[in-house]
Design a protein around this ligand. Structure first.
Ligand SMILES: NC(=O)c1ccc[n+]([C@@H]2O[C@H](COP(=O)([O-])OP(=O)(O)OC[C@H]3O[C@@H](n4cnc5c(N)ncnc54)[C@H](OP(=O)(O)O)[C@@H]3O)[C@@H](O)[C@H]2O)c1
Length: 234
């Protein structure tokens, strides 16, 4: 039987590619998105029906989602770049809720079934900002650092149940977030700071998710993996 994967943020630059990779490799994919137009577009692009519209900041997801999954990929996330003294309180709460509290709640939601099956995978999409810190992105970095704590703690808790939990921390990705936040000049400056002088491709994140979901990766748990073209090396 096909393994069932729940991917949040399937309408985003990275979630979409993760979904396609899992579909192409024989998994049954369920996704969540927030924007109806994007959901319809991705449904036809990926040829799947199971994309559920959820705004995690304003809706209780529990009545909207089935709870029987083998794999959970927490990918939905928001970013903000702002000096801390000027940061908007509402935005801080939204970032912490979507990027950290919702992955905890979704983990709680899927754990009973994957524990019953004695097999499961939870993969969190963090960020290099949570791993090494990022100036003027305090709430975002804190939320992603929190995901690393969640990953290690849950991995310990579920180790005996044959469930692995890992966190992938991408550096700058060739994506809408990067394109919307950086001007052309800033992109050039950013590339100069990255040892490999390139942005990570969404495909690289998707392929790592696929490996972490595989049986070959059964010994890899509780890890915070920097996928960042060398950015974390300083
Ligand atoms: N892009 C990068 O350079 C980069 C680097 C490091 C880490 N990451 C992380 O990678 C993940 C995916 O990023 P991305 O580049 O694919 O971002 P993206 O293109 O902006 O996509 C974000 C996704 O999150 C969903 N989302 C946003 N607010 C939501 C809400 N309130 N409720 C439910 N869903 C919501 C969006 O849904 P709609 O589009 O339908 O609104 C979309 O599917 C994020 O966790 C991000 O922090 C990204």
């Amino acid at each position: 039987m096909k393994k069932k994967v729940l991917i949040t943020g399937i309408t985003g630059s990275i979630g979409k590619v993760i979904a396609k990779t899992f579909i192409d490799n024989g998994y049954e994919v369920f996704g969540t998105g927030r924007n109806s137009n994007k959901i319809e577009k991705i449904k036809s692009e990926l040829n799947i029906e199971n994309i559920i519209k959820i705004d995690f900041l304003n809706t209780d997801f529990k009545p909207l989602l089935p709870d029987d999954f083998d794999i959970l990929i927490n990918c939905a996330g928001i970013y903000d770049y702002c000096e801390t003294q000027k940061a908007d309180e509402k935005k801080i709460s939204e970032i912490l809720k979507l990027n950290l509290e919702i992955p905890i709640s979704l983990s709680k939601f899927v754990i009973p079934k994957i524990k019953e099956k004695k097999w499961g995978r939870i993969i969190n999409i963090g960020s290099i900002s949570g791993s090494v810190g990022e100036a003027c992105a305090v709430a975002y970095s804190a939320s992603k650092a929190g995901l690393i704590g969640l990953t290690k703690s849950l991995a310990l808790e579920l180790a005996f149940d044959n469930i692995t939990v890992n966190c992938i921390n991408p550096g700058w990705v060739d994506s809408d977030i990067t394109n919307n936040f950086l001007s052309e000049d800033e992109k050039t400056e950013t590339l100069d700071m990255i040892p490999q002088r390139r942005f990570i491709e969404p495909r690289e994140i998707a392929d790592l998710c696929l490996y972490l979901a595989s049986d070959n990766a059964k010994g890899l748990t509780g890890q915070s993996i920097n996928l960042c073209a060398g950015l974390s090396l300083g």
